[in-house]
Write a protein that binds this ligand. Sequence first.
Ligand SMILES: NC(=O)c1ccc[n+]([C@@H]2O[C@H](COP(=O)([O-])OP(=O)(O)OC[C@H]3O[C@@H](n4cnc5c(N)ncnc54)[C@H](O)[C@@H]3O)[C@@H](O)[C@H]2O)c1
Length: 104
Amino acid sequence: MEIKKVGVLGCGLMGSGIAQVAATAGFDVTVLEVEQKFLDKGFAGIEKSLAKFAERPVEKGGITAQQKEAIQARLKGTTNRQNLADCDIVIEARPIPLRSRLPN
Ligand SMILES: NC(=O)c1ccc[n+]([C@@H]2O[C@H](COP(=O)([O-])OP(=O)(O)OC[C@H]3O[C@@H](n4cnc5c(N)ncnc54)[C@H](O)[C@@H]3O)[C@@H](O)[C@H]2O)c1
């Protein structure tokens, strides 16, 4: 099965990083959060990171301004889980409840 659209649960440290890497690799990405403010924070982090890559020459691992724009165009945020319905894969990057980590 070909993967085109990636879903990510959580836009914190891990989720925003996973979303950025997936979008940079060419996938359409939708990130689900519980509140818009967490999406705003995560996407601001992605913007900052991509801006650093855009400052770097392409031959040294950087990206062009056009590539940065294309990566950002592939990234979407949502607080509605229905928007993940058409994802080919969903990656969980949200906290796991403490109870599920405890031994029986
Ligand atoms: N940070 C690390 O180095 C690291 C390494 C390995 C594993 N992990 C695991 O990855 C997961 C995420 O870690 P993190 O550091 O990104 O945490 P984080 O606190 O930075 O981000 C978690 C995000 O998930 C969101 N969230 C909570 N419930 C949600 C829900 N039901 N649906 C969607 N989003 C939800 C929160 O609003 C928050 O923005 C955790 O389970 C953590 O144990 C983290």
